[in-house]
Write a protein that binds this ligand. Sequence first.
Ligand code: HEC
Ligand code: HEC
Ligand code: HEC
Ligand code: HEC
Ligand code: HEC
Length: 180
Amino acid sequence: MRAILATLLAGFFSVIALGMLGAGAFWVKYEKPEPQPIAYPHDLHAGKLNLECTHCHVYVDKSQYATVPAMKICMDCHKDAQIVSPEIDKLKKFWENEEPIPWQRIHSVPNHVYFSHERHVKFFAAKGETYKDGQICAKCHGNMKVVKEVKQTRTLKMGFCVSCHRAEGAPTDCWTCHKS
Ligand code: HEC
Ligand code: HEC
Ligand code: HEC
Ligand code: HEC
Ligand code: HEC
């Protein structure tokens, strides 16, 4: 029993230590995101052109990570020389040079926290909510159909996660989110 307790406590304190490091890195990003390499507008693509979120975030209902789209998805439309803008010229340059676009990550949780998109998206979809239009996503990311530039709008801190888990009857024991 003692041995188990000691292991649990050791685990708990390493979580604290990691958490502090994580929180440091996290806050820098939250308050001062680096500018994106291309000013890609969500409002235009997901709003005006009404593209589904899954047109680009193809893994959001299939895996832990939503992921940002491969450049080919952009080029399906942007090979079209009729659509002109200096920002699209930047896109074409990355494409011609076969260089991946170095998108800056906006939302993240520290490494000691486990989060899966698939699990969350499927749970709310089973209750009849929709996600291809961004409805379910809005719980944690705000309404992406109306924002030009991505910004974090929810804290994504422990209190934020746990209060929804309580409201929805999801597990709240520590090991749910702090695995290993
Ligand atoms: C045409 C492609 C495309 C569509 C459609 C699209 N996105 Fe994105 N999304 C991107 C790209 C590219 C990025 C990375 C650049 C950026 O952050 O602006 C991104 C970034 C994001 C991020 C931030 C990722 C991070 O770094 O934290 C969120 C959240 C997001 N999208 C949600 C949505 C939602 C919700 C929808 C549907 C309402 C949607 N997206 C529709 C291309 C798309
Ligand atoms: C389904 C087709 C389609 C896809 C896929 C698509 N775009 Fe677009 N994009 C358009 C159209 C159409 C416009 C011009 C719309 C307008 O001006 O009203 C546009 C405009 C833009 C602009 C110019 C915005 C401005 O005001 O200067 C940028 C930058 C851009 N797209 C980047 C991207 C990137 C990056 C991707 C991939 C993540 C992408 N697009 C995927 C159709 C698409
Ligand atoms: C329950 C909250 C929640 C919901 C719902 C949610 N996300 Fe996220 N999203 C997060 C968190 C937390 C992160 C950071 C995860 C990490 O660091 O691994 C994130 C990160 C992302 C990222 C960037 C990192 C990655 O996973 O590739 C994208 C893109 C994204 N979300 C898109 C979406 C889209 C699109 C939807 C809806 C279909 C959605 N999210 C629904 C909480 C959520
Ligand atoms: C909008 C409500 C909501 C938010 C916000 C939310 N969750 Fe959840 N989460 C749920 C629900 C509901 C389930 C149960 C899903 C199921 O039973 O399939 C769940 C399940 C989980 C699970 C899986 C539990 C298991 O037994 O495997 C993990 C891990 C998790 N959430 C982590 C997080 C983290 C980390 C955050 C914050 C960054 C977060 N969640 C934010 C609603 C939410
Ligand atoms: C629903 C998911 C979830 C559950 C359940 C959860 N946590 Fe967390 N926890 C997080 C997230 C997300 C973070 C990182 C963001 C932050 O620091 O709030 C975190 C961070 C932490 C940190 C680091 C704090 C810091 O300052 O960086 C500690 C310590 C911690 N959790 C302990 C616990 C303990 C103990 C429990 C059980 C009573 C627990 N957590 C349950 C999601 C969860």
